[in-house]
Write a protein that binds this ligand. Structure first.
Ligand code: MF3
Ligand code: CO
Ligand code: CO
Length: 414
């Protein structure tokens, strides 16, 4: 997703110059950082720490973003509960949950994977160059490309392939698996279809997909971290096929996930579903955020404000920005031939502040609460919207579908 929302500066500044990086927050602006490569100090720190372990303590704000080598002042093994702050019914109330879930810390990354040279790759993949717009002239944020029928056919194919790859990855998830193993599956399944895994070398991103566990909001880097019983994970897959990208993500429950975690995941899916349902020619882009924020808030979940959905096509991230919260941004109305993603990230609490690890990518909730996300690539058509990354009959089912099947009265019961 794209990042950077600022009510102080005109939004077209964010749209045209910031791209993916979540660098604006109110009047505060962090220096754009280059993501580090595998040979960077971060990588070595993680390796030295024997990464993939998890902190047994609540992160103090300062203990995030220092890499695995950082330790907070308090003893490392001291067990603390994750304090969670929720707001409901108009009162600010502090709810202390008895969660003993351990927080994540960076694991060890494997060496970068390679893509056979016969597979066409996006320009940014060639070297260490920023993925900038290929357009020469700056554009206003409401300047949204209308795809040609020929581009649309390629987008359909890219969406279908991204879906197949995501399904393969989701089906493989099990307790004890590493996120690097997920990355290997995504990588192999992508190149097997003569597609390029879009995240690989995108602005220096070192892996072929994003894997975001529990308190990771988005952009988690696959590494030696092992999935544990009770985790929730988002797998985000983007495939570059015949010159265009298809982008989708979903959540997988690892083993037994508690009730609130399942609710978070399901409500996040419902937010995406509701947002898609209002998409059609003439609909205002700004309505997407209203629908999502309303539904999330009804369940006591906050909506991430710093990461956006995006136009997509020959570029991975393009106009328009898709904000997932109430807004009055001038992105205009949907037209037949627009292609974009919706990818809401919900927080377990109403605190939607975030931090980024020193790897320059991994975005985590400030309070350690969990976060969930679903994403589809969409095409506006005459009579509504086509979900280019929709599931097929072979897809990995949603957990509530399989739960419902298990609970449903059997023929023999009646
Ligand atoms: N797939 C993400 C999105 O939904 C973007 C990932 S960019 C990466 O837009 F570099 F982090 F991979
Ligand atoms: Co996206
Ligand atoms: Co994505």
């Amino acid at each position: 997703m794209r990042g950077g929302y600022n009510s102080v500066q005109p939004s077209f500044v964010a749209s045209e110059t910031l791209g993916l990086r979540p660098v604006l927050r109110g009047a505060f602006r962090t220096a754009p950082r280059r993501p580090r490569s595998a040979a960077s100090p971060v990588y070595q720190l993680a390796a030295a720490a024997g990464g993939g372990q998890r902190r047994q303590e609540r992160p103090s704000p300062s203990s995030y973003g220092k890499g695995a080598g950082a330790s907070s002042k308090k003893g490392k093994d001291e067990k603390k509960t994750v304090q969670q702050f929720t707001r409901g019914q108009g009162f600010a109330k502090t709810a202390s949950t008895k969660s003993t879930r351990t927080l994540l810390r960076p694991g060890v990354q494997s060496p970068p994977r390679t893509v056979p040279s016969h597979i066409p790759r996006p320009k940014y993949a060639a070297g260490d160059i920023p993925a900038r717009s290929q357009r020469l002239l700056p554009r206003m944020p409401w300047d949204i490309e209308v795809k040609t029928p020929e581009q649309i056919e390629r987008m359909r194919k890219a969406g279908r392939i991204a879906r197949e790859v995501l399904d393969a990855a989701c089906k493989a998830v099990h307790v004890g698996m590493t996120t690097d193993e997920i990355d290997a599956i995504v990588h192999e399944e992508t190149i097997r279809r003569n597609a390029y895994p879009s995240p690989l070398h995108y602005n220096g991103f070192p892996k072929s997909c994003c894997t975001s566990i529990n308190e990771v909001i988005c952009h988690g880097i696959p590494d030696s971290t092992r999935l544990r019983d009770g985790d929730i994970i988002n797998i985000d897959v983007t495939c570059y096929v015949e010159g265009v990208h298809g982008d989708c993500s979903e959540m997988v429950l690892v083993g037994n996930v508690d009730k609130r975690g399942r609710e978070l995941v399901r409500v996040t899916f419902e937010c995406l579903e509701k947002a898609i349902s209002i998409c059609s020619p003439g609909a205002e882009y700004s309505m997407i955020g209203a629908v999502i924020e309303d539904h999330a808030t009804q369940h006591g979940f906050g909506v991430a404000r710093d990461f956006f959905g995006h136009g997509i096509g020959e570029e991975f991230h393009d106009n328009p920005n898709i904000l997932h919260f109430r807004n009055r941004e001038p992105y205009g109305r949907m037209k037949v031939g627009h292609t974009f993603t919706i990818e809401p990230m919900l927080h377990e609490t109403m605190n939607t502040r975030y931090r980024v690890w020193s790897d320059g990518w991994t975005a985590v909730t400030e309070d350690g609460g969990r976060s969930a996300q679903y994403e589809h690539t969409l095409l506006i058509v005459e009579d509504g919207v086509e979900i280019l990354t929709r599931k097929t009959s072979d897809s990995f089912p949603y957990f509530w579908e399989t739960e419902a099947a298990a609970d449903a009265p059997r023929e023999s019961d009646s």
